[in-house]
Ligand binder design. Structure first.
Ligand SMILES: [Zn+2]
Length: 89
């Protein structure tokens, strides 16, 4: 999809996502340095290394896009229905 003039880029990363430990399901994760994508995130409940912060972020964004992508677009289409300037493709 090309982003030409007048197109609004919707940021899916602004959707709040709770990351949970795959082993025990706890959301008490320790992220040592959120600005460093290569830092290892560990679960403080069971001490399992959940993965790299960068990988977790990518996964979270993918899940959000899969989950809300279609509904979100349908909602937008409805919101702009009949608008003479904005068309949601
Ligand atoms: Zn855990």
């Amino acid at each position: 999809m090309a982003h030409g003039k007048g197109q609004i880029l919707l940021d899916s990363q602004s959707v709040p996502v709770t990351v949970r430990c795959g082993k025990c399901g706890s959301d008490a994760l320790d992220v040592p340095d959120r600005t460093d994508d290569s830092c290892i995130v560990t679960c403080t409940a069971c001490n399992t290394a959940v993965g790299k912060w960068g990988d977790i972020k990518v996964k979270a964004v993918q899940h959000v896009q899969e989950a809300v992508g279609k509904e979100f677009k349908d909602g937008l289409r409805k919101a702009f229905e009949g608008d003479e300037y904005i068309t949601i493709e």
